[in-house]
Design a protein around this ligand. Structure first.
Ligand code: PLP
Length: 227
C-alpha cells in the first residue's frame, strides 16, 4: 500500500473534476478518513501533507488523536450519541453528523462548558433511504434557525449517497444537497459555504456538484478490516 501514490492519484482526479466543472482546485479539501486504521498506518498521510482527518467514532478518535501531531484537524463524521458529546466537542474541530435539534443543543451546551466551538454541518438524508441517519430535507430549516446564537456555528450540510448508486443517482443526490443549501441560504440569509459529500467511490461526481470537503478512506488506506 503506497499511501503517497494513492493520495497523488486522488488529487489528480480531484483536479480533473474541478477543471470539468470550472472550479478552483483550492475550493475542495481532501479529508483522510482514518477509521479502523492505527496511528502508525495513517501517519504517512500526515507526512504527505494532509491535515484534515476524519473519524466516525468518538472512542476511536479519543484513542488516536493523542498519537498524532497536534496540528491535525479532526473531523467527526459518524453518528454522534448524546453520551459522547462531551468528549466530541473537546476533540473534534468539525462535527459533520448533526442530525437532530436535540443533538445540536447538547453540542452547544457542552462546547460552551469546554470552551470550544467546533464547526457544525447538518447531516441530511437526501436519498431517503430508511437505513440512513440524517435530517429529512424539510426538517433542516428549523434546525438551522434554532442554531442562531449558539456558540457553535453551522457552516454547511453533509450527506452520504446510496452505496451502489448509478452515476445519475449520484448526481441527483449531490445536486439535491447543493440545491437545498442554496434555498436555505436564500430563505434564512445565513451563510452555508460547506458541502461535505463524496467518498472513495463517488468523490469526483460530488466535486462536479459542488462538494467543498470530500471524505476519502479506502482509496487512501486500502480496504478496512473490522475486528
Ligand atoms: C467511512 C466513511 C467514509 C469513507 O469511506 P470510503 O468509501 O472508505 O472512502 C466517508 N464518510 C463517512 C461518513 C464514513 O463513515
Amino acid at each position: 500500500m503506497n499511501i503517497s501514490e494513492n493520495i497523488e492519484k486522488i488529487q489528480e482526479k480531484m483536479e480533473a473534476a474541478c477543471r470539468r466543472s470550472a472550479r478552483d482546485v483550492s475550493s475542495v479539501r481532501l479529508m483522510a478518513v482514518t477509521k479502523t486504521h492505527t496511528a502508525e498506518e495513517i501517519f504517512p498521510a500526515y507526512e504527505f501533507g494532509l491535515r484534515c482527518f476524519g473519524e466516525n467514532r468518538v472512542m476511536e478518535l479519543k484513542e488516536k488523536a493523542p498519537l498524532l501531531p497536534s496540528d491535525v484537524e479532526w473531523h467527526l463524521i459518524g453518528h454522534l450519541q448524546h453520551n459522547k458529546v462531551k468528549p466530541a466537542v473537546r476533540l473534534a474541530a468539525w462535527i459533520h453528523s448533526v442530525d437532530s435539534l436535540d443533538l445540536l443543543e447538547k453540542i452547544n451546551r457542552e462546547a460552551e462548558i469546554a470552551g470550544t466551538s467546533p464547526k457544525l454541518l447538518l447531516e441530511v438524508n437526501i436519498s431517503g433511504e430508511e437505513s440512513k441517519f440524517g435530517l429529512r430535507p424539510d426538517e433542516v430549516a428549523a434546525v438551522l434557525q434554532a442554531s442562531r446564537g449558539g456558540c457553535c456555528k453551522v457552516v454547511g450540510l453533509m450527506t452520504m449517497a446510496p452505496l451502489m448508486a448509478s452515476d445519475d443517482e449520484l448526481h441527483r443526490v449531490f445536486a439535491g444537497l447543493r440545491n437545498l443549501r442554496d434555498s436555505l441560504q436564500e430563505a434564512t440569509g445565513m451563510d452555508l459555504p460547506e458541502l461535505s459529500m463524496g467518498m472513495s467511490g463517488d468523490f469526483e461526481v460530488a466535486i462536479e456538484e459542488g462538494a467543498t470537503i470530500v471524505r476519502v478512506g479506502s482509496a487512501i488506506f486500502g480496504e478496512r478490516h473490522y475486528a
